[in-house]
Design a protein around this ligand. Structure first.
Ligand SMILES: CC(C)(COP(=O)(O)OP(=O)(O)OC[C@H]1O[C@@H](n2cnc3c(N)ncnc32)[C@H](O)[C@@H]1OP(=O)(O)O)[C@@H](O)C(=O)NCCC(=O)NCCS
Length: 167
């Protein structure tokens, strides 16, 4: 599955049962569906996205190939989660989704995109580095299940200088 065979859409409550299965497959501390339900219904800062196969490829593929979300907080957009279905990794879908979220952050006027990632999560760190994120810090023992450190990464977005005399 490559970028031309997928589409990105807002996550809806109907997606949550499938997302719950992906959470278990993708994360050591999966979010229960209720967190997603709460986020979609009540968190006005959040945006969640799903990557689906386009019509022609929908029959032999799962309904959601990847998903992710962020909180937009003025100049900072914080990536809350990103994951690709285990059977569809290394096909560029994580990159496509990250690029989508970064572009939306940029369009919304953010100057930095932030995230945290497990110190041992080499795949995700490689993806983020490829997108231009740099390591800016570390939180010792951040993750509850095994006391793993969190690595803090930020993508600094260039601000476009506006000329007030230009109309
Ligand atoms: C991290 C994750 C989202 C990457 O998704 P993906 O769709 O496989 O990523 P892509 O195919 O777009 O890969 C883009 C780049 O990321 C890096 N990358 C991805 N997986 C990698 C791996 N297993 N090892 C090393 N680098 C990897 C590579 O640089 C890759 O580019 P390349 O394939 O041209 O070499 C996926 O592995 C995943 O869902 N992991 C479990 C959930 C998770 O850890 N999420 C992040 C939480 S912070």
């Amino acid at each position: 599955m490559h970028a031309g065979q997928v589409q990105i859409q807002p996550m809806s409550v109907q997606d949550i049962p499938f997302i719950e299965g992906l959470e278990i497959a993708c994360f050591p501390e999966p979010w229960p569906g209720d967190i997603y339900r709460h986020e979609l219904a009540h968190n006005r800062l959040s945006s969640y996205w799903v990557v689906r196969p386009v019509q022609e490829h929908a029959e032999d593929a799962p309904p959601i190939l990847a998903y992710g979300g962020y909180w937009a907080m003025g100049s900072e957009v914080h990536i809350v989660t990103v994951a690709t279905h285990p059977d569809y990794r290394r096909q560029g879908l994580g990159r496509v989704l990250m690029a989508w979220m970064i572009e939306r952050a940029r369009a919304g006027g953010a100057t930095e995109v932030t995230l945290e990632v497990r110190a041992g999560n080499v795949a995700a760190q490689a993806l983020y580095a490829q997108m231009g994120f740099v390591v800016v810090g570390r939180r010792k023992g951040y993750y509850h299940n095994n006391g793993e450190d969190a690595v803090l990464m930020t993508l600094f977005l260039p601000t476009v200088a506006t000329d007030p005399s230009f109309n």
